[in-house]
Write a protein that binds this ligand. Structure first.
Ligand SMILES: Nc1ncnc2c1ncn2[C@@H]1O[C@H](COP(=O)(O)OP(=O)(O)OP(=O)(O)O)[C@@H](O)[C@H]1O
Ligand SMILES: [Mg+2]
Length: 113
């Protein structure tokens, strides 16, 4: 199991969610966050509203998946979020030790989706 964290541009969220749906990836946590990358928060004015402290508004997606869904998830996020401009975002893939569906007590891969 993997835990996939993606930080993307707010205006790409709808497209990424649609690409994920097309690959049967429906479960996701979405958070509005602040961040900066290599450009140190210098915004291209037409894309991002500049916030205090050299931070730009971004959206973080978190998706826990079984191993078979790692590649489809990365493809969906990349294809939905890429414009070719700086600041398109980044994806982090972490090993996931455990997952528990609280209602049933199911664990592991069965509990993920
Ligand atoms: N190494 C990192 N650690 C933590 N967060 C990061 C890291 N790199 C990027 N991020 C997050 O992802 C957001 C988008 O990063 P961004 O796409 O600008 O990466 P980049 O490395 O600067 O690439 P690019 O040159 O294409 O802009 C950042 O605002 C930050 O929130
Ligand atoms: Mg950048």
């Amino acid at each position: 199991m993997k835990y996939i964290i993606a930080v993307i541009q707010p205006d790409r969220v709808d497209d990424v969610l649609e690409k994920l749906e097309q690959k049967e990836i429906h479960l996701v946590t979405v958070t509005t966050v602040m961040g900066r990358g290599r450009q140190k928060g210098v915004a291209t004015v037409y894309r991002s509203h500049k916030e205090a402290g050299s931070l730009l508004k971004k959206v973080k997606l978190e998706i826990a998946v079984n191993d078979a869904f790692v590649t489809p998830t990365l493809e969906a996020i990349t294809s939905g979020a890429r414009t070719g401009e700086v600041g398109d975002g980044k994806i982090f893939v972490l090993d996931l030790q455990e997952c528990v569906r609280i209602r049933t007590g199911e664990t592991g891969g069965v509990a993920i989706g």
